[in-house]
Design a protein around this ligand. Structure first.
Ligand SMILES: [Zn+2]
Ligand SMILES: [Zn+2]
Length: 428
């Protein structure tokens, strides 16, 4: 074990990059709040049973990827591998269903899965997601899909497409499963071991397998659209009609099922298409049986989750990341030990007025300090020298054009305000 290296599959977000994370988070929250979603912050860990019930025991997540351990009281605890089950647990615990109507919640934070580390996959990763609970209407499905679409557009991604499908309900899906199993069994010799193992227990999962040979087999399986019951058919048509009206591009993918057991009817992915590769940045769907499965009443729900790392990379590759700078606006130089108290006071005043100010702690030569000011990237340098200070003045230097002016101490905030405006952490 190397003590000075972060555990395998984890990484540090350093200050410069954290500015971009903050920018993403601010923008995500802005859109979610506009759509009427309230933020919920659930614990990082839950009882293991919640995920066994809420995600499904035959999923990759539950079978292979969970961080599960016994705590000192002998209880089985799992670091959350996804956000929906915890939100549903909180929804039941706080009896939000008792208030009737619709509940709209979103979350944003780290998730944990012990995956084989590979490019873009981490064991601690970040997701945000939304859950709309209490609505059966296709309006809710369409709203969720449009929310995802608009949110990515708000972040600057313009070439978006939606992959859409219905996985039916518990009734019509049974017929489809039978047909699917029959079709898969006919080519079972070409399936990978894990698909073979799941063929009868969970044939839908085979449609997600990334193995080339399995994909060739699943491409020839029957389409669920030939099996949907009347109610599911109508629901799906209404979702597509609403998306047509909203003018978003979508493609119906009859073999899109998503990796989780709990989906019913609508499933979808949002794909960024401007990079050539079809890069899903978010996935979700309807989960009408989940609240009941987790021990609550029969309340329908629909939602999606989005990986922040994937979003970051997509924005980066599309050239849509903002230029974020942690450079100060003002750098303060004091030329003698005695004057560094003055510099400290001016820094405090300016900071309290909202300016980003950096103060050289050490009194070095003028040349060394100017070098530090330049390196900081500050737009303005304030120089406090003995001559000026005799008249209670300081020098303000514009670092771009080199122009200098002397100003009286009480006028500093006004003079700086003439040159720059106060700002938050992000320069855009
Ligand atoms: Zn149905
Ligand atoms: Zn396979």
């Amino acid at each position: 074990m190397n003590l000075t290296t972060a555990p395998r599959g984890t990484y540090d977000i350093m200050p410069q990059e954290a500015l971009i994370w903050q920018w993403m988070e601010v923008n995500i929250r802005e859109v979610l709040l506009a759509y009427g979603y309230g933020e919920i912050r659930t614990p990082i860990f839950e009882h293991t049973e919640l995920f066994l019930r809420g995600i499904g025991e035959t999923t990759d997540i539950v079978e292979k990827e969970m961080y599960t351990f016994l705590d000192k009281g002998g209880r089985s605890i799992t670091l959350r591998p996804e956000g929906t089950a915890p939100v549903v647990r909180a929804y039941i615990q706080h009896k939000l269903h008792g208030q009737g109507g619709t509940t709209k919640l979103f979350y944003l934070g780290p998730m944990f899965r012990q995956e084989r580390p590979q490019a873009g996959r981490f064991r601690q990763f970040h997701q945000f997601g939304v859950e709309l609970l209490g609505e059966e209407t296709p309006l809710a499905d369409a709203e969720i899909i449009l929310l995802a679409h608009d949110l990515y557009q708000h972040l600057g991604l313009t070439e978006l497409e939606i992959y859409l499908n219905s996985v039916g309900c518990s009734e019509c899906r049974e017929e489809y499963k039978k047909a699917l199993i029959a079709s898969l069994q006919a080519s079972s010799s070409q399936l990978c071991p894990s698909c073979l193992n799941r063929l009868e227990r969970n044939p839908l999962r085979l449609l997600d397998c990334k193995n080339d040979s399995c994909q060739k087999v699943t491409a020839k399986t029957p389409s669920i659209h030939d099996f949907l019951c009347q109610a599911c058919k109508e629901h799906f048509i209404q979702v597509t009609t609403l998306l047509d009206q909203a003018n978003v591009k979508y493609e119906i993918k009859p073999r899109l099922v998503r990796g989780l057991d709990y989906y019913t009817r609508t499933v979808f992915e949002v794909v960024n298409t401007d990079l050539g590769a079809q890069n899903a940045i978010c996935g979700g769907g309807r989960y009408d049986g989940l609240v009941k499965e987790c021990g609550g009443p029969a309340v329908p729900g629909v939602g999606f989750a989005s990986g922040m790392e994937r979003l970051f990379t997509t924005l980066e590759q599309s050239g849509k990341l903002p230029v974020c700078s942690k450079a100060p606006q003002v750098y303060i130089i004091s030329l003698t030990e005695e004057l560094s108290n003055v510099g400290f006071k001016i820094a405090t005043t300016l900071r309290r007025n909202g300016f980003k100010v950096e103060l050289g702690f050490e009194v070095k030569s003028m040349k060394a300090q100017m070098k530090a000011a330049n390196k900081s990237g500050a737009f303005i340098c304030i120089i406090i020298g003995e001559d000026e200070w005799k008249e209670r003045q300081v020098t303000i230097k514009n670092m771009n054009d080199g122009q200098q002016i002397r100003v009286d101490l009480p006028d500093i905030v006004d003079q700086i305000s003439n040159l720059i405006s106060p700002q938050g952490v992000i320069n855009q």
